[in-house]
Design a protein around this ligand. Structure first.
Ligand code: G6P
Length: 608
């Protein structure tokens, strides 16, 4: 999604801006641009490109500036083209914007009536013209921005600069992330601190409805009433993580192979003496968990699938009713809250707009407390939740989520055990479940050995247009996740079904052109899955069965079996996810798609 980087310094800031944009590239975007104030003349220079930041770097072609704002755009209003790329200008003002201005059409009409001419189809351009208009009466850039944001409805983070006012950058935030990076005689702004980690580890987080003025010497934050507010500087404690692919061809493959480590890191310090350490969820966790009678989970995309897996665990092991819903539905629906319900959000980024809005809504719905399961410590989701479990997946660059998902499943399994030990899970069972978790890194490494076998099989999918993914019980959401991965990166239509539902529709689609992927670990439902698969084979369907090595599946003309090392049932959903990730990866590579940045998708969906 869109990214913002801005800087003011005594030196040339183009390197800071371009490096910052590169660090945000993984989030997905379609065009990029920057504006600079030329050091001597203070003339406004803008450069825009459709495509990658590397192309912008070429377009910059040695241009210099001591003040600059830069942007990667993910199109919402208006096509991804040169004109719609940011920055947008009006006279001497230049702005970049993340988010959506909901009332832009009204504002646009009003501005046109005043004689403004619009160059683009974007909603963002109104901001530049509103600021230009406001500067006719306001004395400073930040005052003009304050007047402007009062007229905006929707979500925004904005950075603005002005040729006539060369010593300042003005910024504003509402429902879209923005952080000030603090340097020594230079200061920065970004939509994500990651963009600035190469220049600082000191950050000041803006809150909603705040504006700020950034200069060489410092910054002043203003609340909605225009009064200056104090805010502590937070020091980023994370190590600067490498964002290079190493020996791997794509980030996604690297991240799939990082899972043994990510799982191990996420478990570290979260169990002890064969039991779950509840402090992993926060110091208040035990008191809150004592009162939990139900769980409501809200998330999007892959994180939503993790939530569905958790429903099986919470209801089966802990006997706790659990409802799971996608955030975009939950946030706008009239919902009913059962007494003593824990509200759980799951998000890799902690920045997904719908999930943040759902958390916001939950605060007025009578929940017991909120818990965020998240991979980014500095995110808004983490900062706004009562309890937090930080997954330790490390930075995830590939748009298709892999290691974030499996580490979320660890967090959710630990939650199910922690809640369940108050009722259904005795010490012996807890010990067995914890042992299963401790075995995870080894099993994950073992299953990754299947990579070349899966690569061979992947060729059977390359020319297909549709595919079906089947699972039963807790493996049904794993089949959903497998289908989502195929869709996201190989652009093959994939549907997931609980295999018991086959007869109620999807069987009509089955023929020799439709690969059917089944997830079949050992367990109570194995025999039922086998008969479901017989139904597919009888209709000439081609089966690809990811099965426990002891499950007794055999290869034949119609059936390809991928044997998975036998593991404890409680960790099977996590283990079976990995070969499905590998399958989608190889199919996408065969098809030659942009694996890490698939078309039309973004890593962090920071707008509705
Ligand atoms: C986007 C990403 C997905 C991700 C989803 C939710 O759609 O492409 O990979 O699962 O957002 O993101 P979150 O950061 O909230 O987990």
């Amino acid at each position: 999604m869109c990214g913002i980087v801005a800087a003011i310094a005594k030196r040339n800031v183009t390197v800071i801006l371009l490096e910052g944009l590169k660090r945000l590239e993984y989030r997905g975007y379609d065009s990029a641009g920057l504006a600079l104030l030329e050091p001597d003349s203070h003339a406004l220079i803008t450069r825009k490109v459709v495509g990658k930041v590397a192309a912008l770097e070429e377009a910059v072609d040695g241009a210099r500036g001591n003040v600059g704002i830069a942007h990667t755009r993910w199109a919402t209003h208006g096509k991804p083209n040169h004109i719609n790329a940011h920055p947008h200008t009006s006279g001497s003002v230049a702005i970049v914007h993340n988010g959506i201005i909901e009332n832009y059409q009204t504002l646009r009409d009003q501005l046109i009536a005043k004689g403004y001419v619009f160059a683009s189809q974007t909603d963002s351009e109104v901001i530049a013209h509103l600021m230009h208009e406001a500067l006719k009466t306001e004395a400073s850039l930040v005052a003009a921005l304050q007047t402007t944001v009062q007229q905006l409805r929707g979500a925004f983070s904005i950075a603005a600069m002005q040729a006539d006012n060369p010593n300042v950058i003005a910024v504003a935030k509402k429902d879209s992330p923005l952080v000030i990076g603090v340097g020594i005689e230079e200061n920065y702004v970004a939509s994500d601190p990651l963009a600035l980690r190469q220049v600082t580890d000191r950050f000041v987080y803006l809150q909603d409805n705040e504006t700020a003025e950034i200069t060489l010497q410092g910054y002043t934050i203003y609340n909605v009433g225009g009064e200056a507010v104090e805010r502590e500087i937070e020091r980023a404690t994370d190590e600067i993580e490498s964002i290079d692919k190493g020996e791997f061809r794509h980030f996604m493959l690297k991240e799939i192979f990082e899972q043994p480590k990510a799982l191990k890191d996420t478990l570290m310090g979260r169990t002890g003496n064969d039991a779950v350490l509840e402090q992993a969820f926060g110091s208040e966790a035990s008191d809150i968990f004592d009162q939990v009678k139900a769980v409501q989970i809200v998330a999007c995309g892959t994180s939503y699938h993790a939530g569905i897996v958790a429903k099986y665990w919470l209801e089966d092991w802990a006997g706790i009713p659990c409802n799971v819903e996608v955030a975009s539905e939950y946030r706008y629906r009239k919902t009913v809250t059962l007494p003593n319900t824990l509200f759980v959000t799951i998000s890799q980024s902690g920045q997904t707009a719908d999930t943040l809005a759902a958390l916001d809504k939950s605060k007025s719905q009578g929940y017991l407390a909120s818990l965020a399961i998240c991979n980014v410590a500095s995110s808004a989701l983490v900062r706004n939740s009562d309890l937090v479990f930080l997954t330790q997946a490390g930075i995830e660059i590939g748009v298709a989520s892999t290691k974030a998902f499996t580490t979320q499943l660890i967090a959710l399994q630990l939650l199910a055990i922690a809640l369940g030990r108050r009722s259904n899970i005795n010490a012996e069972r807890e010990k067995q479940l914890v042992k299963g978790l401790m075995d995870l890194p080894v099993f994950a490494a073992a299953v990754l050995q299947l990579n070349s076998h899966i690569q061979t099989i992947s060729h059977h999918f390359t020319e297909r247009h549709h595919s079906l993914f089947l699972g039963r019980g807790v493996q049904y959401p794993i089949a959903m996740e497998g289908a989502l991965k195929i869709k996201e990166i190989s652009y093959i239509h994939a549907e997931a079904y609980p295999s018991g539902e086959l007869k109620h529709g999807p069987l009509a689609l089955v023929d020799s052109d439709m690969p059917v992927v089944a997830v079949a670990p050992s367990g109570d439902l194995l025999e039922k899955i086998k008969s479901n698969l017989e139904e597919v084979a009888a209709r000439g369907g081609k089966l690809y069965v990811f099965a426990d090595e002891n499950a007794g599946f055999t290869n034949d003309e119609q059936t390809t079996v991928i044997n998975i090392p036998h593991c404890q049932e409680s960790i099977a959903p996590i283990i079976y996810t990995l070969p499905l990730q590998l399958l989608s990866y190889h199919v996408a590579v065969n098809k030659g798609t942009d694996v890490d940045q698939p078309r039309n998708l973004a890593k962090s969906v920071t707008v509705e």
